[in-house]
Design a protein around this ligand. Sequence first.
Ligand SMILES: [Cu+2]
Length: 638
Amino acid sequence: MITLERTTTQASKRAPKCSYAGVRVYSAALLAFGAALIHLAVAPEHLREWAPFGVFFLTIGSIQIVLAVELLARPTRRLALSLILINVGLLALWYTSRTVGLPIGPTPGQPEAVGLTDIVCATMEVLGTVPLMALAIRPPRRRQRRIWLVGLGSAPTAIVSTAMTALAIAATLNGMPEAANAAPAIPGQPTTSITTLVEAPGNEPVKHFTLVAAPTDINGQQEWALNGSVPGPELRVNQGDRVQVTLVNHLPESTTLHWHGVVLPNAEDGVAGVTQDAVAPGAEYTYEFVAREAGTFWYHSHQQTEEQLPRGLFGALVVLPPTGQVAQQHDYTLLFHGSEGLVSVNGQFDNLHLDAQPGETVRLRLINTVAPGMDGGPETPELVGAPLQVASLDGRDINGPAELGPTRIPLGMGQRADLVFTMPQSGSVQLMDSEIIGEVSSVQKFFQNGTQPHYPTVTIGSGDLPATDNAASAPLFDALHYGVPTLDEVASATPDQTVPVVLGEHAGIRDGVPQLVHTINGAASPDIQPITVTEGQIVRMHIVNTTAEYHPMHMHGHVLSVIAIDGQPVEGSPIHLDSVLVAPHQTVDVAFAANNPGVWMFHCHVLLHAGMGMTTSINYVGYSTPFEMGTRSGNMPE
Ligand SMILES: [Cu+2]
């Protein structure tokens, strides 16, 4: 009896409350197991990149699984120490590869990009090291008894570890594509490479410009400027000129220049991975095209556009009539730039002043390059103090533009409008942000710092400022009923094909990042089926916006004739655009003549939306591109 009693007492003394140790064992094993699965999931990608890396990830993943299982069976100090050693080694390797780069591999000495997958995996390794260290210091001596307690204690780690593993694996499986070609040559089928689609030689007057892209300090801010300024210099040429622009890249990253709205040969379109390889740091590239249409255009980088455009790589391109002069006495460009709430005009945040005398005529070329938020909404400037005409939209003249009173002019990202007016006999004229005229809502006050205008007001002329009494309630510009009707051959022609373009969105993972994936016809770039056209066709597009956002859809190399908005036909002047603003839940019908062969981008110009997948291409039958997008080429047009 005595012996038995003693044994029981000794046993209960020797057996500590092991549930804590059990939780540590299970937590460490779960986290190691999760990290192991992630390592196995990334192995195929690394095998393609450089076989030894792939083998390394396969090996390390397998070892982690074996050790994690072993740890559950026999949680010894040696096992804990081995797993710690692996974690520390992996973290050190990861840190090196992301900061200074590894000395071996396909790109030795070059830091790799940080991604969601590797951040999650590194976090799990750090988290896993904590219970492992506790186990290394005090390994449990006995097998677990209170299984339910251990299970309960390990549940949070199990949930976190499973979620993190699933996220990281989903991210790597939906990772940035290594290579995607918008229009590959198909073996056995005759094809013309788009690289042959350049401007044919001619004897037009040549206008040559050199644009040097370089990091530049502007008002204490490090920006990416062209010839030292943001926006870049305004390029003014005459209709019929042969324009040559040499882009010199002094940036640390590759870049391009796209000629927004200009109808030019495909190889001069400046889209990285579609019409050219991005111009490497230190290299230069010359674009050449004949300016066939007079009007207001602009240019911007089409490599990493979502980052490079806001950093400053853009500017105005004005094509004057062949005479080199417009009918008005003053011709001013106003380039709106920035992001919501912090918008500059021609690079200035202060109010601007433009000269004009009473009775003189003025042309204002408005260019909206403001990056909107997720709603994609337009800017809506309003001219007060003089009746005005909307002389052109997207650089194309309106037929018989009527005189308008105060009107809010919605301009989507990328869109332009030329306003023409005569200075009053006394007083000045102002172009202002219609959203802040009159009463300011409490929401606007909160976001716009009191009554501060969203963007600077532009005052034209001198003297008394115009009254803004009824400006806030001014109607929105109605393009459908503006100007005088005349034949639009493209809009009225029987189409050879009608293409549905359904704009949508859904939550998902794209390019390894969880995001609101933006789709065209149900898929996101680069998985969207391109729109295929044959040279000579008249193509209609039926654009349906199923989202609650605005999408200014921009078509490269072509002019879109608007047919109807929400089923209401154009009843005024023909409307010719390269960027058509599709409002929330709106339907827009447009047509274009497929008369400029090549591979042409067609995308939402809200950079956020394009970066989340809302970009595809118009592919001409019989043409292919040798250029590819993706991590292998480094061409990232979005
Ligand atoms: Cu959009």
